[in-house]
Design a protein around this ligand. Structure first.
Ligand code: AMP
Ligand code: FE
Ligand code: FE
Ligand code: ZN
Length: 273
């Protein structure tokens, strides 16, 4: 019988709401056998959760979702099967998180100037040891009663071009391809259909050395799914997939996307999972 996988989820260590163990429990409840916690720019959950997942008979694949920029477009690249002890990867992720922390300070300074004295300590607390980002600042704004929802926080203050918006550092695609490969892992372009001029873009990413395409994702509709499945076959890439659960409900919820093990067999073989 085919088992099921979800290779795209987030926890408190990035911008998700659940504790890693909680997410593993939810994966079990949803009938999944293979899971990857792909927190943004962070491997902490993959590291922390491995023994617990194993004790429940879940195959936990190490991974992270990296924020990249290519030809002026923000692109998310999933990394799978990386060595969690690889020092080059970890030190690059650490420097990346450091610049995110500094960016958090700047956002908080801007908000203070706008009359909303958000505490950077509180933002750091909310972020935990995750990659500090706008969702954490947004949550602090909700907590202090400055706005009624995360969405309002983005619309009023933190969204692109809004008064407390600060741009962030991003990886170059070629850097990510090398970094992940040298750490023994492989890359897959996340939610391919969300980018501007995405069919052209994804071809360029493949030329740059990306190994796979996330064809199963709530934002990839049936037409795009079929297109990218065919492209993966034609170009000899594997496919990946997952719910992109952040704990916020809706279609991006663990259990909503059940990827059959058979469809990710090529990936699993490649990373010895
Ligand atoms: P950052 O990486 O710090 O720029 O934050 C980007 C993250 O903010 C995305 O991954 C989303 O999870 C979240 N985000 C972006 N826009 C919104 C919004 N309107 N409401 C809630 N969360 C958002
Ligand atoms: Fe996210
Ligand atoms: Fe993403
Ligand atoms: Zn994601």
């Amino acid at each position: 019988m085919d088992r099921f996988a979800d290779l795209h989820t987030h926890t408190r260590h990035s911008d998700g709401l659940y504790e890693p163990r909680d997410l593993v429990d939810r994966a079990v409840a949803a009938g999944l056998s293979i899971l990857c916690i792909s927190d943004h720019d962070n491997l902490t959950a993959s590291r922390e959760t491995a023994p617990y997942a194993r004790s429940l008979g879940i195959v936990l694949i190490s991974g992270t979702e990296l924020s990249c920029q290519h030809a002026g477009v923000d692109v998310h690249v999933l990394a799978y099967g990386v060595d969690l002890e690889d020092s080059a990867l970890e030190s690059r992720l650490a420097s990346f998180r450091k610049t995110r922390d500094t960016r958090g300070e700047i956002m908080v300074d801007r908000l203070r100037e706008l009359g909303y004295p958000v505490s950077i300590d509180r933002v750091r607390e909310i972020a935990g040891d995750g990659a500090l980002g706008r969702p954490h600042v947004a949550r602090a704004l909700v907590e202090m009663g400055a706005v009624d929802s995360l969405d309002t926080a983005f619309r009023k203050f933190l969204g692109d071009g809004r008064p407390a918006f600060v741009d962030k550092e991003r990886f170059r695609i070629d850097e990510v391809v090398d970094l992940v490969r040298n750490a023994g892992g492989v890359t897959s372009v996340a939610h391919p259909s969300v980018y501007r001029d995405h069919r052209h873009l994804v071809n360029e990413l493949i030329d740059a050395g990306i190994d796979g395409i996330e064809t199963h994702h709530p934002d990839v509709d049936a037409t795009q799914h079929d297109y990218y499945e065919r492209l993966a076959r034609d170009r000899g890439l594997f496919v990946t997939g997952g719910s992109d659960d952040h704990g916020n409900g809706g279609p991006k919820t663990i259990g909503q996307i059940l990827v059959p093990e058979s469809s990710i067999r090529a990936l699993l073989d490649r990373i010895d999972a």
